[in-house]
Design a protein around this ligand. Structure first.
Ligand SMILES: O=C(O)[C@H]1O[C@H](OP(=O)(O)OP(=O)(O)OC[C@H]2O[C@@H](n3ccc(=O)[nH]c3=O)[C@H](O)[C@@H]2O)[C@H](O)[C@@H](O)[C@H]1O
Length: 432
């Protein structure tokens, strides 16, 4: 019998003894043992949590993210940060890109570096989806000279350190908990990244001297139940259909506050279902491709009365152009040392494609490109955050950013499939 068996699981397991004295003695000794073993157990748990910077098998997603420690700091680290952030072109900018190992983050970082801007990435490499894809993106960026610092946007000490080492002129804030449907499974991760993380970043930005201009990723999902099409930035956004949308909408309000109080220059970009090479495996076009190739059936959502579900799918290269134009047209923040010195720029733009495509057509295009017939499983649109359609009015971005999407879904998906086949035939497996 193990000594652990002596520990009662509940006080109810104690039996009444004849002598109250003996009973009290036993009770005290059991209580002492219980306390001792509780401490041992707690110690073991803490040891397990803080064992190594890369510990990954922790129970909850959120605790894994917030308790994970990262290695940063030291002269070599600072040297890498400085070198990556060095501006190499005349009139270049130095940008902190959060979520740099993410889909949009990788593309934007590479594009900035390519034109001679200084870039430092920041990413927590969380396991919302296959981390090996994030590592592959990191390797890709490293080859172009972009260093990704491993850390969380909620770590204000790290953020302050980065601003101490580099006087960033701009922040491209793309780190977020993405995905509309996953919000039902793990709501707190949305609050952690999209609300607490945003505030943590803005707090550091407002105190930086000089304050950077910030461009950040909002979402088409803020339009929620809005039925007026195409969606214009002036339309109502007070009916979010998912917690994801609600946290992005909250982000827009938080941006207003930091602009108003501290003079931070802030531009929110409402992305419309971005797709392309190096994309996110949790998105429909990505896992449809994987499952069609595997011969697995794919669930295609349909609204009530056989209503079409459609998205304004937008190709990554068009989104990157919009992001760079937003950075280039961003005015300087006006505050310093945490104090506002004058009114600052506050903008929000739709970055969409302006031509919604039904999801069933997306599948037909994939069938043609892959030369495989999909096993279609028509399902009712789940009531877990999905909206029936999205359609961007981009006249504002066109006017002020010169934004003009040029890639239709067929062309973009061809490029995606080409990447997908070469990436996963190189020994990588699309998990899930
Ligand atoms: O614009 C945004 O701001 C958001 O875009 C993206 O959300 P969505 O537009 O919902 O993309 P995605 O999941 O690829 O579903 C695409 C279509 O397939 C349908 N869909 C989906 C899953 C499925 O099993 N079947 C299906 O028909 C589904 O009903 C939908 O019509 C980002 O994920 C999100 O992070 C955010 O950035």
């Amino acid at each position: 019998m193990s000594h652990l068996d002596n520990i009662p699981s509940t006080p109810g397991k104690f039996k009444m003894d004849k002598s109250p004295y003996i009973h009290r003695l036993r009770w005290h000794s059991s209580l002492a043992k219980l306390t001792l073993w509780s401490f041992v157990f707690l110690g073991l748990i803490l040891l397990f949590f803080f064992r190594s910077p890369s510990s990954s098998a922790l129970p909850s997603d959120l605790s894994r993210r917030s308790l994970r420690t990262y290695n940063w700091g030291g002269p070599d680290w600072e040297k890498r940060v400085r070198s990556s952030a060095r501006v190499r072109s005349r009139n270049g900018i130095s940008v902190l890109v959060t979520g740099a190992a993410g889909f949009v983050g990788t593309h934007v970082s590479a594009a900035l570096k390519r034109r001679g801007d200084g870039v430092i990435g920041l990413d927590n490499f969380n396991d919302y989806y296959d981390t090996s894809l994030k590592r592959a993106r990191q390797a890709l960026l490293e080859r172009t000279g972009v260093f990704i610092v491993e850390g969380d946007i909620n770590d204000s000490t790290l953020l302050r350190k980065l601003f101490e080492v580099v006087a960033f002129t701009h922040v491209m804030h793309l780190a977020a908990q993405a995905g509309v449907r996953y919000a039902m499974e793990n709501p707190s991760s949305y609050v952690h990244s999209n609300i607490a993380g945003l505030v943590s970043l803005l707090e550091v930005c407002k105190s930086a001297n000089p304050q950077p201009a910030i461009v950040w990723a909002s979402s088409s999902s803020v339009y929620g139940l809005n039925s007026k099409v195409p969606f214009s930035e002036r339309d109502r956004t007070d009916q979010p259909a998912s917690l994801y949308a609600a946290t992005k909408k909250a982000g827009e309000e938080i941006a207003h506050t930091y602009n108003h109080i501290y003079g931070l220059s802030l531009t929110g970009l409402r992305f419309f279902t971005v797709y392309g090479p190096w994309g996110r495996p949790d998105m429909a076009y990505f896992f449809f491709t994987r499952d069609i190739l595997k011969g697995k059936s794919i669930p295609i959502f349909e609204a009530s009365n056989h209503g079409t579900v459609a998205r304004d799918f937008t190709y990554i290269d068009d989104i990157v152009k919009g992001c760079l134009a937003a950075l280039d047209t961003a005015e300087k923040s006006t505050g310093s040392g945490g104090k506002k010195r004058g009114p600052a720029q506050l903008r929000v733009f739709n970055l969409g494609n302006t031509s919604p495509v039904p999801v069933s057509d997306l599948v037909s295009i994939l069938e043609k490109i892959l030369k495989v017939k999909a096993k279609r499983q028509i399902m009712k649109l789940p009531r877990n955050g999905d909206v029936q359609f999205t359609h961007a009015n981009i006249s504002s971005a066109q006017r002020e950013l010169g934004y003009k999407p040029t890639t239709d879904l067929q062309t973009g998906l061809k490029k995606f499939v080409r990447w997908y086949l070469s990436y996963y035939s190189g020994g990588k497996k699309a998990t899930g």
